[in-house]
Ligand binder design. Sequence first.
Ligand SMILES: [Zn+2]
Length: 235
Amino acid sequence: MRSSTLARRVLRLAAALGAVGLTLGAAGTAQARPPVGTDVIDTTGGTGNVVGFTFDDGPNPVDTPRLLEVLRRHRVKAVFCLVGDQVEAHPELVRRIVAAGHTLCNHSMHHDDLSAWTPEQVEADLRQTSAAIRRAVPHARIPFFRAPYGAWGQAPTVAASLGMRSLGWRLAISDWEPPGTDVLVDRLLDGITPGAVVLMHDGGGDRSQTVAAVDRVIPILQSRHWRFTRPDPCR
Ligand SMILES: [Zn+2]
């Protein structure tokens, strides 16, 4: 018992020292922040039957509060990919998302296709978005970035330089149509695979079907011993 605890401590120390060294080497600064990869991840944390729910394009004054209530009732934490314009319109909802213990993701200021933008243009947009989020919640942690439409372009490198990991997905259920709650439930139950990040929407339109589908699917998955986790911010 004791020796394994000691081993874990030594490993953690070594990892911390390695991170410091890499950060110093890469950026020439004294910040001891672990380096953020530039790859686009689509897997959630943990092993076995784990799944990570992510919700884009909010906050939305109608469906985000409903979704927060559903997630609270089922004790599930998720990632919310916020659009800056929506953040500025509904800062109180950002505060509720954070207060409920969920994780934030920068989803750009205006939901533009960034794929043809220069790194400087992308950086200005991402900084503006994070600043809007932090006007709502000072010192908010924003460990992730997701490009609108999955049109990544130069954005993952820029996001990493700003301390955000690019968050893709393995399953999208096309809930923007929207096709009916039963169809969404089937797409989730048929499509979820171990470790998958799942893309859904709480903003950008009427998302009542998404909220209803999530409310039905979580207890089914939990009864099958699935666990809900969030992606690892650093690698
Ligand atoms: Zn989006």
